[in-house]
Design a protein around this ligand. Structure first.
Ligand code: FPP
Length: 294
């Protein structure tokens, strides 16, 4: 699994290949054409040829907004839930690919705090799918050294989902490959509000002296009270089905994340699409607000 990562030190021109393969298709037709020229795994582990921003080409943390399930199903005359069901195959394919490429963490937006507004039947089906996934995937996660984690207000999920989640997390806790993190009952504003509340409580109880902190210390104090404080910043956020927004996902962790939007709907998103997102990422220049080292 780490072979690909080890190959990352070899020099090559992923960036020029990336542009030849058309990573930023202007429309669906271009994207389809690009799909025909999918890169091999090794291509993704080469440093970009821009020379502008040295750094790991395989992102440490990829997050995905898995959008377009309902539209995909409706366009085929199917019930919306069939899109979610089909989307599980994409989850499997992308998780396996991320693990094979040595991506440190893959975070999937599986259920937002706003998703409770959906019809009861759709919510029930999503919870059923989730529980089934958590049980069915145990063998695959173990075989691929993948650790399962979650982020969100887990206590708000149905009890049977909580139990399945706890068991799968426990079983995979010692795995050292990719971390698959499911964002469940998650909303970024609520995460920040919860963190601010905890910080205020700790200050009121005298456990922390806010006045003594400098700016860096203050940021660290809030960051330490997020749902999963050790979560690395997002390097690459992929959104499927064309919308260009963050939708209340990982706002803190996305501060300097790169964004890749594709028109491909989540139920159709597969390894090739993931590879193209990573190739696109490899062409980006990241200065984090400073100046590039040349
Ligand atoms: C957005 O599509 C997708 C969701 C709200 C749920 C995503 C869930 C899955 C892919 C299945 C469960 C996941 C795991 C990890 C087991 P949408 O329904 O909003 O699509 P639309 O915009 O076309 O209506």
């Amino acid at each position: 699994m780490r072979d690909a990562e080890a190959a990352a030190s070899r020099s090559a021109d992923a960036a020029s290949r990336a542009s030849e393969a058309g990573q930023r298709p202007a429309d669906r037709a271009a994207e389809q054409a690009a799909r025909a020229t999918s890169p091999k795994a090794a291509d993704l582990t080469q440093p970009a040829a821009t020379g502008a921003a040295p750094g790991p080409v395989v992102p440490r943390h990829v997050a995905i907004i898995m959008d377009g399930n309902g539209r995909w199903a409706q366009a085929r005359g199917l019930a919306r839930i069939r899109g979610h069901e089909h989307g599980i195959e994409s989850v499997r394919a992308v998780t396996r690919r991320a693990a094979a490429l040595g991506v440190g963490q893959l975070t999937l937006f599986a259920f937002s705090t706003e998703n409770w507004k959906r019809p009861k039947s759709e919510i029930a089906f999503l919870m059923h799918l989730l529980r089934k996934f958590l049980v069915d995937e145990r063998k695959e996660l173990m075989e691929n050294d993948i650790r399962l984690r979650s982020v969100g207000r887990i206590e708000g999920l149905p009890k049977d989902v909580q139990r399945a989640l706890a068991r799968t997390q426990e079983m995979t806790a010692e795995n050292r490959g990719t971390t698959l993190c499911l964002a469940l009952n998650y909303g970024a504003r609520l995460e920040l509000a919860d963190a601010a509340k905890r910080l205020a409580e700790d200050a009121a109880a005298g456990r922390i002296d806010l006045a003594a902190l400098d700016d860096t210390g203050l940021e660290a104090a809030l960051g330490a009270r997020l749902y999963q404080p050790e979560m690395p910043d997002v390097d690459l956020l992929v959104r499927t089905a064309g919308e260009q927004r963050l939708s209340n996902f990982l706002l803190w962790q996305m501060s300097y994340g790169e964004l890749h939007v594709t028109d491909v709907a989540w139920p159709e998103f597969r390894e090739d699409d993931f590879d193209r997102a990573l190739q696109d990422y490899a062409t980006r220049t990241r200065s984090f607000g400073g100046l590039l080292q040349r």
